[in-house]
Design a protein around this ligand. Structure first.
Ligand SMILES: NC(=O)c1ccc[n+]([C@@H]2O[C@H](COP(=O)([O-])OP(=O)(O)OC[C@H]3O[C@@H](n4cnc5c(N)ncnc54)[C@H](OP(=O)(O)O)[C@@H]3O)[C@@H](O)[C@H]2O)c1
Length: 339
């Protein structure tokens, strides 16, 4: 594997990221048992494949600590310069309590300490309840911490277009919004993408593989029962598939994906990721990594080896035309967290 196979994008003039981002929700414990030593060791494989951008959160179990430990080992084994290639994007997902300067700073300090960094590359902020406008206070305090050098760039996760607009109009500079975006969940195309393009905000997409459902593994398989879905991720996206159109239509989608994949000599998972990478405003797609348990690095790097043709997209459109409109069924990006 060579580092040259990974596409990069400037998220900001100072921040260059891999367009395939390694997701760390999969180390939280909800996706099977993780061995810390093996997990951190496995992070070297991603690094050596050129996949040097990580997505994590304060509540993904030991994810922030894994970044801290990986940084220490990387520095020790490869020297200080090796750290410059690494980007780690955490999130702050506070409980809906009153936002004070002290509370915000305490939580950011905790991430800094766990990740063993002086400044966070990107802090992605989540908020549970729009009726509580405390999110604007929190973001103002986060902007102060950015000025103080504790955060390099401010970002959001799961914000809808309406509230992204309110935040932008309040003068808070947001770099990216992390949202669900996949062949199943195309809600960002309704409003979010256009707003982001107009305001130079990038999207980081999750759910692109639907936890692994959008892959060869599930082609021609009968509908899995709840207890057969072994990770929290598979459970989450099976519900999306149900809302989108159900298992039979999903099989039709997989079959079309297989035809496209065969033509390009790649996998269904590759086509699923490629589709999202080619959408406007998308800087990168996040693919979950069950560190020390399973690894799909070589296969996933192939997303940079081909492009979808207009005929491929037409074939996909013919399946989309039969699905339910998730924007109407659920709402804008992130609304599933607020029902
Ligand atoms: N902001 C948010 O609210 C939010 C929500 C969810 C996720 N996320 C972020 O997005 C990341 C991804 O999580 P996700 O839930 O969306 O999961 P995902 O990336 O859709 O699925 C991850 C799973 O896909 C499977 N997979 C990977 N490559 C594959 C391939 N080439 N062929 C077949 N299967 C493959 C792996 O299964 P095996 O392990 O079995 O190989 C892996 O565990 C998270 O880690 C997190 O960083 C953010």
């Amino acid at each position: 594997m060579t580092v040259a196979t990974v596409d990069h994008q400037q998220l900001t003039p100072e921040l260059n990221i891999c367009r395939l981002v390694n997701g760390m929700w999969q180390v939280s414990g909800a996706h099977g048992r993780i061995n810390g030593t093996a997990a951190v060791q496995n992070m070297f494989d991603y690094y050596d494949a050129g996949l040097t951008t990580w997505d994590l959160a304060d509540h993904y179990g030991p994810a922030e600590e894994f970044i801290g430990e990986f940084r220490r080992q990387l520095q020790q084994e490869r020297g200080e310069d090796a750290l410059k290639q690494l980007q780690a994007f955490t999130k702050w997902v506070p409980r809906p309590v009153k936002m004070t300067k002290d509370l915000v700073e305490k939580n950011i300090n905790r991430s800094l300490q766990r990740m063993d960094v002086e400044s966070l590359d990107l802090l992605q902020f989540h908020w549970w309840e729009y009726r509580d406008r405390g999110y604007l206070d929190a973001l103002q305090y986060l902007a102060d911490l950015q000025k103080a050098g504790k955060i390099k760039h401010l970002a959001l996760t799961n914000f809808d277009t309406e509230h992204l607009k309110i935040i932008t109009e309040a003068g808070i500079k947001i770099v990216s919004n992390q949202v669900q975006f996949s062949l199943i969940d195309r809600r960002p195309l309704q409003n979010m993408v256009q707003f982001c393009q107009e305001h130079d905000i990038k999207l980081l997409a999750y759910g692109t593989l639907a936890g692994g459902l959008l892959s060869d593994r599930y082609l021609n398989q009968s509908e899995p029962r709840r207890r057969e879905l072994k990770t929290a991720s598979l459970g989450k996206y099976k519900q999306m598939v149900d809302a989108w159109g159900g298992w039979s239509l999903f099989q039709q989608l997989l079959s079309v994906l297989q035809q496209i994949a065969e033509k390009h000599q790649v996998s269904i998972a590759n086509v699923a990721v490629r589709y999202v990478l080619e959408q406007p405003a998308v800087a990168g797609t996040i693919v979950g990594a069950r560190l020390g348990v399973s690894q799909n690095i070589a296969e996933n790097l192939r997303v940079f080896e081909f492009e979808l043709t207009p005929e491929d997209k037409d074939k996909l459109e013919s399946v989309f035309a039969q699905s339910r409109n998730l924007y109407q069924a659920i709402g804008d990006c992130g609304d599933e967290y607020r029902r």
